[in-house]
Design a protein around this ligand. Structure first.
Ligand SMILES: [Zn+2]
Length: 490
C-alpha cells in the first residue's frame, strides 16, 4: 500500500478539488511530500555511518542531470504553465543548486498533457498522471494548477514531483525543495509534521543528539516549525535541555518563506551526492551535455513597429546565436508580455504565426537556449500590428491530425516528409496548393494499408504558407482526403 493512500487528507481533498480550482489562490499547504521512516531507510543507514560524511569527496565536475518537464493543462488545452516562467524557474533552480554541484537541464521536448483531472488533482489522480507519463532515467516534474492542495510534492510510489504553477514563479524555491526530497532529504523539522511529536524529533541546540534526531543532519540544527513562517524569527522554542532557540530559516528543506532560503547544509549535500550515485545512477547514463553561455539575439523581422503584417501569416526572424541549440519565443498582446498568445521552443531562427487577431498590435521577444542554460536574457521587446492578407483564404477546418507533414516550417529546397494512415492500399495524389488554390506541385503515392511515410522533393518555392492536399486518386470508391498547412521559410 503506497503511503499517500494513508493520508487522511486525500479523501477530503478529492471532494474539495472541484470547488477549490475555481479560485486562483495560494495553496494552504507548502509541501505535500509525505515521508515515513520506511521511506528514509537509505538515508538512515547513511547517517548511521559517520565516515560516509567525513570521507565524502565531491566529484570535480558538476553532476548534470536530465529533467523531463510535463506541462499539464485542462481538457481543452488551456492553463499551461508559461514557457518564459519555466525558463526562469530552471535558471533560478540552477542558481539555487550552484553550491551543491548539481546542475539540471530540460531533456527533450516538453510533454504537454491535456487532462482537467490532472490539472487540479488529488494524490490518486496525481499518481495516475505520473504512472502514465513518467519517462525513465530522468527527474519527472509535472507543472499543474493544483497538486493536491500544496505548492508541490514529491511522491515515492510513482517517483515524481508535482509543482503548482503559482509556486513556480519569480523568487520561488519550491522546485529546489522538492528536488531535495527526491534526493533523500527530509524536512529540517522532520517528526513535527503530523502533530504527535516523539522524542527523536526534539533535536538539541547543543548538537548532542543531532545525528539521530529529526532529519538526522547535524548541519541543519533544531527546527520545530512545521508551518510557513517569515524568517528570521518564529518561536522561540525550547529544546530538551531547556535552551531557547529560533530555527535557521535559510535551509531549502525548512518551511520558512522562499525569500529566506538559500542553502543545503554540507551534510545534506553529501547525502544527496551519495544518493545519486547509489540509488539514482540511472540519471547518469546519458552523456552530460556541455554547458554554454550565450549572447543576446537580435530580432530581425518584422521590423519593429511594422504595421500591416498578414494576420494569418506573420513570420518572426532573429539572428543566429553560435552556441544555441534552440530559441524560446513569446508573442503577447501587451508590452509587459503577460497576455501571451503564442509561445514555443524552436530550433531554427524563424517562427511562423498563422493565426493572429486582425488589426491588433502584438509584442514579441526571443532568447537563445541550450541544455542547462535557460538564463540568457530576452531580446528587446518588438512590436508589429496585423492587417489583411493579400490572397484569399481557404477554410482549414477540413484539416485532420491523420496527416502529418514535417519539418514544418520547411526550408526551401528541403524534402517534405508526409506521414499518414491509410485504411487500405490505394493510389493517392499529393498536391501542394497556394493559398488561393493554384496547384504548384503534385505527386502520386502508392499508399499501403496502415502507416505511410513518404519523402517529397518539392520544387523551389517562395517563402509562404501553402496547403498540402492528399486525396485518393479514384474518388468514386474512396473519399480519403486530407488537408494540411505547410509553411516554407527561406
Ligand atoms: Zn517538503
Amino acid at each position: 500500500m503506497r503511503n499517500f493512500f494513508s493520508l487522511v487528507a486525500a479523501a477530503l481533498l478529492a471532494g474539495l478539488t472541484q470547488t477549490a480550482t475555481l479560485q486562483a489562490q495560494a495553496p494552504d499547504n507548502y509541501c505535500g511530500t509525505h515521508q515515513t521512516e520506511a521511506d528514509l531507510q537509505w538515508l538512515r543507514a547513511w547517517q548511521a555511518d559517520p565516515a560516509r560524511f567525513a570521507e565524502f569527496r565531491r566529484a570535480e565536475e558538476d553532476q548534470i542531470l536530465p529533467v523531463k518537464v510535463h506541462i499539464v493543462g485542462t481538457d481543452d488545452g488551456s492553463g499551461y504553465y508559461r514557457l518564459d516562467l519555466l525558463m526562469e524557474a530552471f535558471c533560478d533552480l540552477n542558481v539555487q543548486y550552484e553550491a551543491t554541484g548539481f546542475h539540471f537541464y530540460i531533456h527533450g521536448d516538453i510533454n504537454y498533457i491535456n487532462n482537467t483531472a490532472y490539472y487540479s488533482h488529488d494524490y490518486f489522480n496525481g499518481s495516475r498522471m505520473m504512472l502514465e507519463n513518467n519517462i525513465q532515467q530522468m527527474i519527472n516534474i509535472y507543472f499543474v494548477n493544483d497538486p493536491s492542495g500544496a505548492c508541490g510534492y514529491y511522491t515515492y510510489g510513482p517517483d515524481a514531483i508535482a509543482i503548482a504553477k503559482s509556486c513556480a514563479g519569480d523568487g520561488n524555491s519550491t522546485i529546489a525543495h522538492e528536488i531535495g526530497h527526491y534526493f533523500s532529504l527530509p524536512h529540517t523539522f522532520y517528526g513535527w509534521e503530523f502533530g504527535t511529536v516523539t522524542e527523536p524529533a526534539r533535536e538539541k541546540v547543543a548538537r548532542t543528539n543531532c545525528n539521530g534526531a529529526a532529519d538526522g543532519f547535524c548541519g541543519t540544527g533544531p527546527d520545530y516549525a512545521p508551518y510557513r513562517w517569515n524568517c528570521p524569527t518564529t518561536g522561540p522554542f525550547t529544546d530538551p535541555d531547556g535552551v531557547s532557540f529560533v530555527p535557521d530559516g535559510t535551509f531549502y528543506m525548512s518551511y520558512s518563506n522562499d525569500a529566506c532560503t538559500d542553502k543545503f547544509s554540507d551534510d545534506q549535500q553529501a547525502a544527496m551526492h551519495d544518493f545519486l550515485n547509489e540509488e539514482r545512477e540511472d540519471l547518469l547514463v546519458r552523456a552530460a551535455p556541455s554547458l554554454y553561455t550565450h549572447t543576446l539575439v537580435e530580432p530581425a523581422e518584422p521590423l519593429n513597429g511594422t504595421i500591416g503584417t498578414a494576420y494569418n501569416y506573420t513570420v518572426l526572424k532573429w539572428s543566429k546565436e553560435a552556441n544555441a541549440s534552440g530559441y524560446q519565443v513569446s508573442v503577447a498582446l501587451n508590452a509587459s508580455m503577460t497576455a501571451i498568445t503564442h509561445e514555443a521552443i524552436v530550433d531554427d531562427t524563424v517562427y511562423i504565426l498563422p493565426e493572429l487577431t486582425k488589426d491588433r498590435k502584438h509584442y514579441w521577444r526571443v532568447k537563445p537556449l541550450s541544455k542547462g542554460n535557460t538564463c540568457t536574457p530576452y531580446s528587446s521587446i518588438q512590436e508589429f500590428t496585423t492587417g489583411e492578407i493579400a490572397s484569399g483564404l481557404i477554410d482549414f477546418a477540413a484539416g485532420t491530425n491523420a496527416l502529418r507533414a514535417f519539418p514544418n516550417p520547411l526550408s526551401s529546397g528541403q524534402p517534405l516528409t508526409i506521414q499518414f494512415d491509410s485504411p487500405t492500399a490505394m493510389e493517392m495524389t499529393a498536391s501542394l496548393l497556394s493559398m488561393d488554390g493554384r496547384m504548384l506541385a503534385s505527386q502520386s503515392i502508392n499508399a499501403l494499408s496502415g502507416e505511410n511515410r513518404v519523402a517529397w522533393n518539392l520544387p523551389e518555392l517562395p517563402e509562404g504558407l501553402y496547403l498540402l492536399e492528399l486525396v485518393s486518386t479514384n474518388r468514386s470508391d474512396n473519399n480519403q482526403r486530407y488537408l494540411h498547412k505547410v509553411a516554407i521559410s527561406r
